[in-house]
Design a protein around this ligand. Sequence first.
Ligand code: HSE
Length: 424
Amino acid sequence: MKKVGVAILGLGVVGGGTYKILRDHAEAYRTNHKLDITIECVLEQRRERIAELGIADDVVCSSIAEVVSNPDVDIVVEVMGGVDPARSYVLAALKAGKSVVTSNKELYCKYGYELEETAKKHNCGLFYEATCVGGVPIIRTLLDNLQGNEISSIMGIINGTTNYVLTKMSSEGMSYEDALSRAQSLGFAEKDPASDVEGYDAVYKLSILSSLAFHTKITYDRIYREGINNVSPVDIKFGRQLGYVMKLLAIAKNTHSGIEVRVHPAFIRADHPLSSVIDNYNAVYLSGDCVGEFMLYGLGAGEYPTASAVVGDIIYCASHLNYNYSPFCNTEHCTAKISDNFESSYYIRVEAEDKSGVLSKIASVLSRQGISVARVVQDDAGKGAVPMILVTHPTRENSVKKAVEEINESSSGAKVMSIIRVVN
Ligand code: HSE
């Protein structure tokens, strides 16, 4: 039986879940894995949380120095979130020769280079399955199972909060504000919901996943980002009439003109596998040259799903002496060629005066930009300005931006109210 000592930094939602899983499954790990995993210490200041979890006082530490100087601690689990003080705590643990398991996507995304270099230097493991898509085992799938492939694209619903909000707005007609506050009360939204709704959470995850998939380094600041905070119920409704479902998608594609990396609301066809991913569920849809297309699906947030990934890493770390570090070119800076002028179809909603010649003016602007229109729908419900929806064939982002500018600046009698990318 191998004895393994664990320290947990932070007893929030994920820390508490990790504590409970290790406590409740201890016997199974002894039987199945021949691992005697003991929680040697926890670092948490909130006395009421410690009492709520029934943790004995002698297990509670008051400083990181106390944790890393404990010779019985082999693995430090960082589930605090944020960069400070998590970064200095993780570095202190690695420098003391402790392996680290983290769920902290922002930390790994921004400082993964520094952490991995430190881990290698001190011959420690660094595990981060829980940073991306909670209980869905995407990191190890990329690190191990798919190494024989050249991956050409990743498309994912990788934020549970925004998927929940869009699902409720779309299927129950709930307001954005009500859906968001319900997501917060269910416990899977971030403390600061801006990270979810403005797309930062998904950007951090996509930075990690696309770097792994394409064996390069794609820093989060190179990823195009648009959140769901400006999504209009009107577009969700028109999209449904056209057979589309709106999702916040994270997309990474390895194309001839460079790597496309973006997070934004998008329409997908109602028969696409990702359209059935509802509520707070997540999914990652991948394409590899050998494996073909496949999808991993499950809960990407919450106490037990995320703690499941943390505990999986603890067991993996405890059972493997040779750590496998990320197989991407591990530099601090983005070395990949990023293409911002990506190709997509577009849904364009304009408010147009309902009179002769307006449509032809719009059509000639689009034609000048080489944009071909696949569908046009005009809502005849109102008088004066009426909504008109145009769906384009695949075209380039820059052409659409120029066309929108030209329509809005001209006296065409039309104004573009929204554009949404459509995934074919
Ligand atoms: N707030 C995140 C989500 C949870 O809603 O998916 C973990 O990243």
